[in-house]
Design a protein around this ligand. Structure first.
Ligand code: CP
Ligand code: NVA
Length: 300
């Protein structure tokens, strides 16, 4: 069988994704019980980071270590990628030496091109378009706290960005209803939205979008690479802060998630982020377990 990549949630079937989520929960229990499990002994994951990261780097590096393997941090500052060596060449060279490649970059096309030339699995650790690894952790967190997400209502409040696009794909693959509340001019890519059919819809008013929702999710107003738009975005998004009043519109058992890093007082109030419905720390921790399940699926 040809090599499998994980560039978006659509690269795995719904069955494979659900199995992976349950495997992540199992791996977490084993890890808590101190079980040693080293399916990736002597294997190496190359991690290419063209943008900053705390959670993604630490979770992949720790996951590889726990699996008995090794993770290699590669920054464009000190590799030839940063000096213009083509991705096609880098992909073929890394394929000769490592067992998997994780990439965080800007243009989604770049990771697609990389994967076309790579004979080992490629994992998308965030592009301008998608952040599928975060969704694995988010779905795991929901399943742990509330059971299956199938048929649930999820409300995305804020920018139609990489996280929003991955939520649209998740709505397709995990079969839930997604309400997207974003200001005009900050909609998700219409092609990505269209693929979800009636599983995802735009509701401009965030208070309306939150009604009866089982999960409220938001993200920063200015993503990495958009720092210069910060002030203009603060204006455009000022009515899109997730507040306690917005949470009160949702189901009584609604959860709040945020991929982090969070900007308190912008996309979310401190009260909500630190409040009883927020599961952001568990969500962040689940990056480790969900990605271990992914590494096992792709590389073991
Ligand atoms: N959520 C997330 O991907 O965090 P990092 O940018 O810290 O990796
Ligand atoms: N949308 C954010 C997610 C960070 C994890 C960004 O791309 O910067």
């Amino acid at each position: 069988m040809s090599v499998r990549h994980f560039l978006t949630l659509l690269d795995l079937s719904p069955d494979e994704l659900n199995t992976l989520i349950h495997r992540a929960i199992e791996l977490k229990t084993d890890w808590r019980n101190g079980k040693i499990f080293e399916p990736l002994k002597n294997k190496t994951l190359a991690m290419v980071f063209e943008k900053s990261s705390t959670r993604t780097r630490v979770s992949f590096e720790t996951g590889m270590n726990q699996f008995g393997g090794h993770a290699l941090f590669l920054s464009p500052r000190d590799t030839q990628l940063g000096r213009g060596e083509p991705v096609e060449d880098t992909a073929r060279v890394l394929s000769q030496m490592v067992d998997g490649v994780m990439i965080r970059t800007f243009e989604h096309k770049k990771i697609e091109c990389f994967s076309d030339y790579c004979s080992v699995p490629v994992i998308n650790a965030l592009t301008d378009q998608y952040h599928p690894c975060q969704l694995l952790a988010d779905i795991q967190t929901f399943v742990e706290q509330r059971g299956s997400i199938k048929g649930a209502t999820v409300s995305w409040i804020g920018d139609g960005n990489n996280m929003c696009h991955s939520y649209i794909n998740a709505a397709i693959q995990f079969d839930f209803q997604l309400n997207i509340a974003c200001p005009e001019g900050f909609d998700p890519d219409p092609e990505i939205l269209a693929r979800a059919g009636n599983r995802a819809r735009i509701i401009r008013d965030p208070m309306e979008a939150a009604i009866d929702s089982h999960l409220i999710v938001t993200d920063v107003w200015a993503s990495m690479g958009q720092e210069e738009e910060q002030t203009q975005r603060e204006m455009a998004f000022r009515d899109y802060q997730v507040t306690q009043q917005m949470m009160a519109q949702a189901d009584n058992d609604a959860l709040f998630m945020h991929c982090l890093p969070a900007h308190r007082g912008e996309e979310v109030s401190t009260e909500v982020l630190e409040g009883p419905q927020s599961v952001v720390w568990v969500e962040a921790g689940n990056r480790l377990h969900a990605q271990k399940a992914l590494l096992e699926f792709l590389m073991a």
